[in-house]
Design a protein around this ligand. Structure first.
Ligand code: ADP
Ligand code: MG
Ligand code: MG
Length: 868
């Protein structure tokens, strides 16, 4: 079976077989762009290699040899030739792009002989030895796992000893000596002599790339991005072109639109006289594209035409790698460019307006999870004006963060685990730093450009990032950083402004971002397309205003208990709870009623006729009571009662299993006056607004309902109360009394409950807790192991367990609607914001989800996607 494809034999839709890089090299070749000749060894060969106990099979070796002969003919060059030495790059590339995760070797084919040939043919000794030392470095690292650092420190020593400022100052003589030193390192680390046969080099390199699929950092990346472990990687073998062959050469990367803002303007970076790795790894801070235009104006025009063609062809923003060899342009890679959430939204909206893509494509292109990144905090202009920046770097990824600085991934991780907010500060980052980046609020580097590893990964993770802070010197040994002469040891507090690239000393308060215009447009398209309405969980006018701003249709859940968690109210609540008799409760209830009336008035006024669903008190009462001696004394004093009496009352209220105890509607059966107070407050607020001419729609929701008699008992009392109030006010008012469906029993008898409830709202947190029998508060002790072992695929509190909990929900929907076809049914709880769960909710006929304000945009988009 064919395991190797030349670039002119592949196509962009052959990703699974050729990997993304190989498929796109093939596609560019077909488009007639200048791509150096080469071939792709398929992912099938990678699977064979793994099955073959990490050995290249004889068939594959023969096929590689054949392909090489063909490549030699195509390029008119030869392996091992002194006159026309063929050099190749060996590049990994999986079906899903994993930037910097897998390894690449450049200049393969050089040996002690051909390096002399190359020098002679190009009349450029320095160039030849630069290529050779790079090969020795990359080959040693990729194939033998020799640490990059041992090579780098040889280079650094040379530069230091000779007083050089950068790599370009190294002479041919230096590079030759360095190559010799590198070869010694092979011997010293027990790998024998650097293989002189190009064929042997190639086979070892191909095997190493296949093996690198299983390296730990690739695994971490795959886990992070949910990429299937079994897809494997392809290997691309491509004739080298040389950006390091002199002052008329160079290498760069470019995005067809700005990856940070999304602006329609080519954005790129270029390094004169350099090989590709130099830009991507961020070892030298690159120049912009104007430098390239100045150096090679004709090639630059050709480049602009070509990238415009690529974007049109792929219907998406492209991220390309290119090289100029003596002024001649070559393309080495193209892919759909990674971008910030802000850029993603702007590009999608712009491309619809340009007629490049359809609205539905735009909606599908945005990851709902990513949308919440757009709502990232920023520093208010006033805050920034009041502080002097320490220094400024490149604004690689937006956001605003404060935290303690650490210089290594392990120390960042440890600090994070100890509960600190962490900022990772590095000279540059490599894939080994991924785990440190994951736990950090922000990433700062002293070197590298907007396309460096740190910048790309920060944007992908939605983390605040500032790179290339030239005035920042990291001292790994002393674990400190010097910023413009000022020393900051590990653990110092810094603030990072990803929008401007500025760093500040100490902690700056961040505020929420203002609404993004393009996002608003996209969300309006989404609302047209989506089947589910999106409501918000909001307990305060502030939260509600935020949610309305994000496009919420109303409130699906107000948790009234949250209204009591303020010091003065807590005291009133406590007075209520410790009251022994109904009579003692009268006064505190009256006080609370007044406060609640005001709360509800504010919410309904903001709603302007939109639905506001208020859930009556849910948690066990003792949650409001003091638990340690110190607090007990304080509260007793405030309530003007003996500590012992309070302690006694607390003990009475104590429950062995409060989440399954005296809470929710059960409280109202034992203390009906509490719910009556809340209902009175709701009706008073509604009547007041009605008088003011504001339309109101009160929805009252009862939590934890288990049985029909329970619901009927409560409803009879509440309705009687409400009717009294309305009669006294001589005002009719539409209101609804609905229930939360969060007990498995309620799902089973949903048809009965639908006889008495005006609406259903699933409480997925409790329903999941009770269906699995997993305590939400204790799940941390076993869930990680369950996930590790693959016993659970996902945390059921984050993404719906369709098979179990989902089935109960479907049963409840079907039974409820069998009883009453028009029964409104919603879902409140954080699962309502999870895109995968939303798809299922739409499928079983849920009308709306209610999520926290910052999840509203994601939910609107996910709802649209589930309909497309
Ligand atoms: P990565 O996936 O880490 O970007 P690549 O395989 O794309 O790795 O290669 C690393 C760098 O080497 C890139 O800048 C690329 O443009 C450059 N490169 C790869 N192959 C060649 C080649 N044949 N000639 C010149 N430069 C190359
Ligand atoms: Mg690349
Ligand atoms: Mg609940």
């Amino acid at each position: 079976m064919q395991q190797i494809y030349f670039f002119n034999e592949g196509r962009r839709d052959m990703r699974a077989l050729l990997g993304g890089k190989g498929a796109n090299l093939a596609e560019m070749t077909h488009l007639g762009l200048p791509v150096p000749q080469g071939f792709t060894i398929s992912t099938v060969a990678c699977h064979d290699y793994e099955k073959n106990k990490n050995q290249l099979s004889d068939e594959l070796r023969a096929e590689i040899a054949q392909a090489l002969t063909r490549l030699e003919a195509l390029t008119d060059k030869k392996f091992d030739s002194m006159q026309t030495p063929l050099l190749v790059s060996v590049r990994s590339g999986a079906a899903i792009s994993m930037p910097g995760m897998m390894d690449t070797i450049l200049n393969l084919g050089l040996n002690d002989q051909t390096v002399l040939g190359l020098a002679e043919q190009t009349h450029n000794e320095r160039f030849a030895w630069d290529c050779y030392r790079r090969l020795l470095q990359m080959f040693g690292n990729v194939v033998y796992g020799m640490p990059e650092q041992i090579f780098e420190s040889v280079l650094a020593n040379y530069k230091r000893r000779n007083g050089y400022r950068n790599d370009l100052d190294l002479t041919a003589g230096d590079l030759k000596a360095i190559a010799a030193r590198f070869q010694d390192l092979y011997l010293e680390s027990g790998h024998g002599r650097f293989p002189q046969s190009p064929q042997e080099q190639l086979e070892l390199a191909v095997a190493a790339v296949f093996t690198s699929w299983q390296n730990p950092r690739a695994q971490v990346y795959r886990e992070l991005h949910h990429i299937d472990n079994t897809i494997g990687t392809a290997v691309n073998v491509q004739a080298m072109v040389f950006g390091n062959s002199g002052a008329d050469s160079g290498t760069g990367v470019a995005f067809t639109r700005d990856p940070v803002t999304g602006e329609k303007k080519i954005f790129g970076e270029f390094l004169q006289n350099a090989q590709g790795e130099d830009v991507v790894s961020g070892v030298r801070t690159p120049q912009g594209l104007p430098a390239m235009e100045k150096m090679a104006p004709r090639a630059y025009q050709q480049f602009l035409t070509a990238v415009a063609k690529l974007e049109k062809h792929y219907h998406d923003m492209q991220d390309v790698e290119f090289t100029l060899e003596h002024g001649k342009l070559y393309f080495l890679q193209t892919r759909n460019g990674k971008r910030t959430a802000k850029a993603a939204v702007k590009i999608a909206v712009d491309q619809v307006n340009e007629g490049l893509i359809e609205r539905n494509t735009a909606l599908l292109r945005i990851d709902p999870e990513q949308v919440s990144n757009l709502l990232h905090p920023e520093f208010a202009a006033a805050t920034l004006a009041a502080h002097t920046p320490l220094t400024k770097g490149l604004p690689a990824s937006p956001g605003a963060a404060s935290g303690k600085i650490y210089f290594t991934a392990p120390s960042a991780k440890a600090a994070h685990e100890a509960g600190e907010q962490v900022i990772l500060v590095r000279q540059d980052t490599s894939p080994e730093d991924i785990e440190g980046m994951v736990v950090s609020e922000a990433i700062v580097t002293s070197r590298g450009g907007m396309t460096s590893h740190a910048a790309v990964v920060a944007r992908g993770m939605g983390k605040c990032g500032v790179v290339g802070c030239e005035n920042l010197v990291v001292d790994q040994e002393k674990q400190q950083v010097t910023i413009n002469g000022k020393v900051f040891p590990a653990g110092s507090e810094l603030s990072v402004d990803g929008a401007s690239g500025q760093l500040y000393q100490g902690h700056l308060e961040a505020t929420q971002a203002t609404q993004d215009q393009n996002l608003q447009i996209l969300l309006s398209w989404a609302q047209e397309a989506g089947h589910l309405d999106v409501y918000a969980n909001a307990d305060t006018p502030n939260d509600f205003a935020q949610a309305l701003n994000f496009g919420a249709k109303g409130i699906g859940l107000t948790r009234t208990e949250h209204m009591f968690f303020k010091t003065d109210r807590l005291l009133k609540m406590r007075r209520l709870i410790i009251a022994g008799t109904a009579l003692d409760r009268v006064e505190p209830l009256a006080e609370l009623q007044e406060l609640q009336t005001e709360d509800f008035y504010q919410l309904y006024r903001l709603a302007q006729g939109k639905t506001v669903t208020i859930r009556l008190l849910d948690p066990p009462l003792h949650e409001f009571l003091p638990h340690d001696a110190k607090e007990m004394a304080r509260v007793a004093a405030a309530l003007d009662m003996p500590v012992a009496a309070l302690a006694k009352r607390v003990a009475v209220l104590h429950e062995a299993n409060p989440m399954l105890g005296h809470r929710g509607c059960r409280l109202a059966v034992t203390y009906p006056d509490i719910y009556e107070m809340q209902v009175t407050a709701i009706i008073h607020a509604a009547l007041r607004l009605k008088k003011e001419g504001v339309p109101v729609k009160p929805h009252i929701m009862l939590p934890l309902i288990d049985t029909l008699p329970e619901l009927q008992w409560l409803k009879a009392r509440l309705v009687a109360k409400i009717n009294d109030l309305l009669a006294a006010a001589h005002t009719p008012l539409h209101y609804q009394i609905g229930i939360m469906i969060e007990m498995p029993r309620a799902c089973l008898i949903a048809d009965q409950l639908a006889q008495a409830a005006d609406f259903f709202s699933f409480g997925t947190n409790d329903l999941t807790q009770l269906t699995f029998g997993y305590s939400r508060d204790d799940i941390g002790s076993f869930l990680p192991t369950y996930l590790d072992q693959g016993i659970l695929k996902a945390d059921p509190f984050k993404t719906l367990d369709v098979e179990g909990v989902g089935k109960l929900m479907k049963m409840a929907v079907d039974k409820g609607r069998y009883e009453r076809r028009s029964l409104p049914i919603g879902v409140c709880g954080e699962l309502g914001g999870d895109p995968a769960s939303i798809r299922y909710f739409a499928e079983i006929g849920i009308d709306y989800v209610s999520v926290s304000p910052f999840r509203v945009p994601s939910a609107i988009l996910a709802s649209a996607q589930s309909a497309l």
